[in-house]
Write a protein that binds this ligand. Structure first.
Ligand SMILES: NC(=O)c1ccc[n+]([C@@H]2O[C@H](COP(=O)([O-])OP(=O)(O)OC[C@H]3O[C@@H](n4cnc5c(N)ncnc54)[C@H](O)[C@@H]3O)[C@@H](O)[C@H]2O)c1
Length: 258
């Protein structure tokens, strides 16, 4: 059962929206009446999502390819989204990669840089350009994607975990910076969600199931639509007193394994 939200007249910028959690969240925002500006890697995926939203809803929708590692691209994206829809009310900074799954001494500097550049610097750049926009327009809500691996460690994903712990540090601190400015900043910390990222991390869908299901009390991997519902809640007025939080959504994995 999905809770329904009404985001009519609002605009959501979803960075890392072309697949998995971001795609499900883009669709959910559009179904809830928000105009959506989707960004990420993958022109074909972006075009197909844009087509699906345009065909199934009445909201405005745009897609731009952006690499969150590049300051100028993120700056231009925020400007483009603001110009297209007048203002950005909601930003979902969701771009992320698993990187190489290996022991720490098997990783090299390039592996570290790649993961941290996308998963942590990418969120920093999003915040850097979204916050001034929201300050100038009277407020907004920002949701950053961390992970269950942002609140616990997991062997063979040390740098991924470090990047996701960093996302929570950014979230907490920026939330304090804007707490009196009608801008809320929260993070989501999903456990395992069946997306291309998870199957890449564990080699295949079956590999992911074999590795993680034994760690999840609810005995299943979540659907991206369940994560989208949390993003919509945190972005909505129903969450008006929630800021600086990292909300774990993991079928009980954290309390069972931390
Ligand atoms: N799937 C899971 O189990 C899980 C669990 C916890 C957290 N997460 C996090 O959720 C987020 C979404 O992941 P997903 O599972 O939906 O994976 P996904 O691979 O389906 O989606 C990743 C998204 O990030 C975008 N992206 C990747 N590199 C980018 C870059 N350099 N610039 C711009 N966009 C880029 C992709 O275009 C895509 O839209 C990630 O931050 C991931 O770390 C996923």
């Amino acid at each position: 059962m999905n809770v329904t939200y009404d985001f009519s007249g609002k605009t959501a910028l979803i960075i890392g929206g072309t697949s998995g959690i971001g795609r499900a969240t883009s669709l959910a925002f559009a179904q809830a009446g928000a105009n959506v500006f989707v960004a990420g890697i993958g022109a074909a995926e972006g075009a197909s999502l844009k087509e699906e939203i345009a065909r199934t809803t009445k909201v405005g929708v745009e897609f731009s390819e952006v690499d969150v590692r590049r300051d100028a691209e993120v700056k231009a994206l925020v400007e483009r989204a603001a110009a297209r829809f007048g203002r950005i009310d909601i930003a979902f900074n969701n771009a992320g990669i698993p990187g190489k799954t290996a022991l720490v001494h098997e990783l090299d500097e390039a592996d570290f840089d790649q993961i941290v550049d996308v998963n942590l610097k990418g969120i920093f750049l999003g915040l850097k350009y979204q916050v001034p926009h929201m300050l100038a327009h009277g407020g907004g809500a920002i949701v950053n994607t961390s992970s269950l691996f942002g609140v616990m460690g997991f062997a063979t994903t040390a740098v991924y975990c470090a990047s996701k712990w960093g996302v929570i540090g950014l979230t907490n601190s920026v939330a304090l910076e804007v707490a009196k400015k009608n801008i809320r900043v929260n993070a989501i910390a999903p456990g395992s969600v069946m997306t291309p990222l998870l199957t890449n991390m564990f080699g295949s869908e079956q590999g992911a199931k074999d590795t993680v299901i034994p760690l999840i009390p609810m005995g299943r991997i979540s659907d991206p639509k369940e994560i989208a519902q949390l993003v919509l809640f945190l972005s909505s007025d129903a969450a008006s007193f929630i800021t600086g939080q990292a909300v774990v959504i993991d079928g009980g994995g954290f309390v069972a394994n931390a």
